[in-house]
Design a protein around this ligand. Structure first.
Ligand code: ACO
Length: 426
């Protein structure tokens, strides 16, 4: 059997042969990089539904089975048995850390979590009420001015330092973006706290590190809240060549600074067809408002003449349950009583899920709930405001973006991302 793929041009009868490149998991690919040179034609693939743009060893998704693995380990195992920092180490180093490596990694991130005082002043330029995603994207681009030397990385230590720096600082910048948006004073990271607890602390604390005080005393951050946020970060850590990661790789391909590439990834994530969906899901549930309105909204989602879409449903790759959504649904059930999840919004969400999973429109189009359908309800229970849902996605995903950026830079065969077009103008 030949390891090639033959295409026939039915206009001329000419045959062209292309190599097949075998994968270790999932579909093999036909190498069409010589297609134009051989045939004088371009290929057309709107939205890259069939096009692999790189080789990668980081994350694998089988959308038909609903499977997701980081470096070969299933997301179910990572979410249930390992911390977010272990998942970060795994993505960056291709192996889980031992106890000492984890401690060293954790301490380094704690030490690097502070940001330069001058960077803090950048926020003063933004208007009151600025959306945290806009300030966060700007702040991360500005971070490149403080660490300009990361434009040139040669040793493994250089790469690791650059990656650890952005992973450590992103929660601080996200928290600053939020505090600025509500006009509250910034809270600096506390070196005593773990990665996920520190973020909740920077969002919630009063100056002096005190927490909100009710009649029953101080509202301390609960271990179950830290665990829930940590799991959410793990579930978002990477997702192979999605829209924002593809953006990060495209920027990398021009030789720009890594933090500018991450800033571009943040912008790409913001849209509601991608990471912005988590904020939109809750807004939509609030708009639906009560169980009796659900049917009317489902009807709108199915109407081809209405551009209304059910937020948190559908996925380009998953044509089965998103395994991250399954893990979140499990987490939601575990947290229901302890965190007093908003039962009204949950009821509406559950009704939508029941109807959609049994409706011919959704079944025939393989539209299942995605990760964003469940994350909003859990984040609401953690006291996180809607405008911070997508920045939380950013915090979790930064490790994935930077790992993909490093993989791109180390692959000497990669070229500048420069697609062709089908010209239809004058
Ligand atoms: N509600 C109603 N109908 C939908 C939905 C939805 N949420 N999603 C897709 N469809 C329908 C489309 O109208 C289309 O129907 P048609 O064949 O009759 O024209 C069909 O399903 C296929 O939809 P496409 O837009 O072609 O699918 P694509 O793979 O390009 O889009 C996307 C995937 C963008 C995620 C889409 O499903 C969507 O907009 N979902 C809502 C937003 C959302 O939840 N985004 C988060 C994605 S996960 C993430 O990024 C973390």
């Amino acid at each position: 059997m030949k390891n090639t793929f033959t295409m026939i041009d039915n206009q001329t009868g000419e045959k062209y042969e292309f190599s097949i490149l075998e994968s270790t998991r999932g579909p093999s690919v036909v190498d069409i990089s010589t297609f134009y040179a051989k045939t004088g034609k371009f290929t057309f693939d709107n939205g890259f539904t069939s096009t692999a743009s790189c080789t990668s060893t980081i994350t694998f998704i089988d959308g038909l089975k609903g499977e997701l693995r980081y470096r070969g380990i299933t997301i179910e195992e990572l979410a249930s048995k390992h911390s977010y920092l272990e998942a970060c180490y795994l993505l960056l180093n291709e192996k889980l850390p031992n106890e000492r490596e984890l401690l060293e990694f954790d301490l380094e991130l704690r030490h690097r979590s502070l940001v330069h005082e001058k960077l803090r002043h950048l926020f003063a330029a933004f208007p009151a009420g600025a959306h945290p995603m806009a300030s966060l994207s700007s702040a991360v681009a500005a971070l490149s001015t403080f660490y300009y030397d990361h434009i040139q990385l040669s040793t493994e230590d250089n790469y690791q330092e650059m990656a650890r720096r952005i992973i450590a600082k992103i929660p601080t910048l996200a928290a600053f973006s939020y505090r600025h948006s509500i006009g509250a004073p910034f809270i600096h990271p506390d070196i005593e706290l773990s990665y996920s607890e520190n973020f909740l602390y920077m969002i919630r604390a009063y100056p002096g590190g005190k927490m909100h005080r009710g009649v029953d005393g101080e509202k301390k951050i609960k271990p179950i809240e830290v665990k829930a946020l940590d799991t959410i970060f793990t579930l978002h850590a990477d997702h192979e060549q999605n829209a924002s990661t593809t953006t990060v790789r495209s920027v990398a391909s021009t030789g720009a600074h890594p933090y500018v590439a991450i800033s571009a990834g943040i912008s790409a994530l913001w849209g509601r067809a991608h990471g912005g969906a988590n904020e939109s899901v809750i807004k939509q549930l609030e708009m639906i408002g009560s169980l009796e309105n659900v049917d009317a909204f489902i009807a709108r989602a199915k109407d081809p003449d209405d551009d209304f879409r059910l937020m948190g449903f559908g996925h380009r790759v998953y044509k089965n349950f998103d395994p991250r959504a399954k893990a979140l649904k499990k987490l939601q059930d575990e947290l229901k009583d302890e965190l007093k999840l908003d039962s009204h919004l949950m009821e509406i969400a559950q009704r939508i899920e029941e109807i959609a999973l049994n409706d011919e429109y959704f079944i025939s189009r393989n539209l299942y709930p995605n990760i964003d359908f469940y994350s909003g309800v859990i984040l609401t229970a953690l006291g996180i405001p809607k405008s911070m849902f997508t920045p939380i996605f950013v915090i979790g995903r930064t490790v994935g973006w930077i790992t993909q950026w490093i993989e791109f830079k180390k692959d000497t065969t990669m070229k500048i991302a420069r697609p062709r077009q089908l010209y239809l103008g004058k």
